[in-house]
Ligand binder design. Structure first.
Ligand SMILES: Nc1ncnc2c1ncn2[C@@H]1O[C@H](COP(=O)(O)OP(=O)(O)OP(=O)(O)O)[C@@H](O)[C@H]1O
Ligand SMILES: [Mg+2]
Length: 404
């Protein structure tokens, strides 16, 4: 590093900042206090208190639903932290599984088995063998488990409902009710695919979270700003503006991203205070519709297809492109990244999966086009922002693939 580089780096790390603890604004951070979700936390506590009681209880399962950013994941993880802290005897296990990452019933059951015994190999069993192994493990360790299956609606749309029956049946085959369940989904539509009696048992234990109001969001932002920023660095106008912008969707994730972005803008401008104008600048760069975590969970070729769709949409300036155009563009993108393009059937299944995850939207062409073709679009966001983000993650993914 030359002298001037060193000086630059030193001045950068010594640069004053408004952030006291920026990690409190990350997506994985679970705040100790959740404003406007206190009641729901108590409902969970009342419902699952039997986990710590000795008598035999019927199977406990609950569904938590609500729109994006309404605090479903955070509420449940916070509840898990509380339970883990309470259990002094350590015969309790809180297992959180996101079905978008663990995309198959097999992965879910094997992950659960490996939480009980780390020596279990991740592969090599049939699904049936794995189920009976899990039953034996639960009985052997006599451990109470609270299993959270987040984004279960996504897995049901991919794999059907059979695995839900399998999971519920595991609880019937153990000597005691070792497993209790929390299912998280946007809404209860996935339950309608179950048989009538299972449906009604799901519907009767249900916590539905509403989208946050402007006042709710103000309290959430205030309490997060207190732990993430130095005292007096955020004006009340800034908090109000963030709450106002995010209240259109009622999405706390967007509010916290705006808070983070506004702080970054203040730091970039060497301002010791975060003003409303920093929020306005952050708003231009942050789009609530892109869920970066979803893009990160896509496979390399799904990302390449998404990038090709974005490029084509950008180039044509149309709202929709045809699947053929997407495939031609995908082949070019594969060439650029030195990747062998996947076959048509595989591309179709990737497109279907992207559409199920609401990353793209598809419709069948109507009047004015010859024959019927599937048209692809991306929800109303700046394609440029996702393009940059995608290119970065593709490069990172390629680097890690090359290094393993
Ligand atoms: N009541 C709350 N208090 C403090 N922070 C909150 C609250 N509700 C949500 N958040 C924050 O908002 C963000 C989004 O919350 P969360 O991930 O729980 O939403 P979600 O309902 O699971 O959304 P999705 O359906 O998109 O998965 C997180 O960073 C979380 O910390
Ligand atoms: Mg969530």
């Amino acid at each position: 590093m030359s002298k001037s580089d060193e000086e630059f780096f030193n001045s950068l790390i010594k640069k004053p900042t408004v952030f006291k603890n920026i990690s409190c604004l990350s997506v994985t951070y679970i705040p100790p206090h959740l404003p406007h979700r206190e009641e729901e936390l108590r409902t969970l506590a009342k419902y699952f208190k039997t986990i710590f009681e000795n008598q035999d209880e019927p199977l406990r399962k609950i569904c938590v639903t609500g729109p994006t950013g309404s605090g479903k994941t955070t509420l449940t993880k916070r509840f898990g932290q509380l339970l883990t802290n309470i259990d002094k005897q350590k015969n309790f296990l809180f297992v959180y599984i996101n079905c978008r990452i663990y995309k198959s019933p097999y992965l879910i059951v094997s992950t659960l088995a490996r939480k009980l015994n780390k020596a279990i190999p991740p592969r090599g069993y049939s699904f049936e063998e794995l189920q009976s192994l899990l039953i034996r493990l639960l009985d052997f360790y006599s451990v109470k488990v609270l299993l959270v299956l987040d984004e279960i609606d996504y897995l049901v749309s991919r794999a059907g409902t059979d695995f839900l029956y399998v999971l519920l049946r595991i609880s019937e085959m153990t000597t005691k009710q070792w497993i209790s369940y929390i299912f998280i989904a946007r809404n209860l539509n996935f339950v309608h695919k179950l048989d009538a009696s299972t449906q009604s048992s799901f519907q009767s234990n249900h916590i539905s979270l509403d989208r946050y109001s402007e006042t709710d969001l103000k309290d959430i932002i205030k309490s997060r700003a207190e732990i993430a920023f130095y005292d007096g660095t955020i004006t009340s106008d800034t908090i109000e503006l963030i709450a106002d912008i995010a209240s259109k969707s009622g999405d706390a994730r967007y509010a916290i991203e705006l808070l983070w972005g506004a702080g970054q803008c203040a730091d970039d401008e060497d301002s010791p205070i975060v003003y409303p104008d920093h929020t306005r600048k952050a708003k231009a760069l942050i789009h609530p519709e892109i869920r970066r975590e979803i893009i990160l969970t896509l496979s390399l070729h799904q990302k390449l297809i998404l990038l090709s769709i974005i490029r084509k949409l950008k180039h044509t300036k149309n709202a929709y492109i045809s699947t053929n155009d997407a495939i031609i563009s995908y082949k070019l993108v594969c060439e650029e990244y030195n990747e062998e393009p996947r076959k048509h059937t595989q591309i179709w299944s990737y497109l279907k999966d992207l559409s199920k995850q609401d990353v793209i939207s598809t419709k069948i062409s109507g009047e004015g086009m010859r024959g019927k073709t599937t048209l692809i679009s991306i929800p109303d966001i700046s394609v440029e922002t996702i393009e940059m983000f995608l290119m970065k993650t593709i490069e990172e993914q390629k680097k890690t693939i090359e290094h393993v």
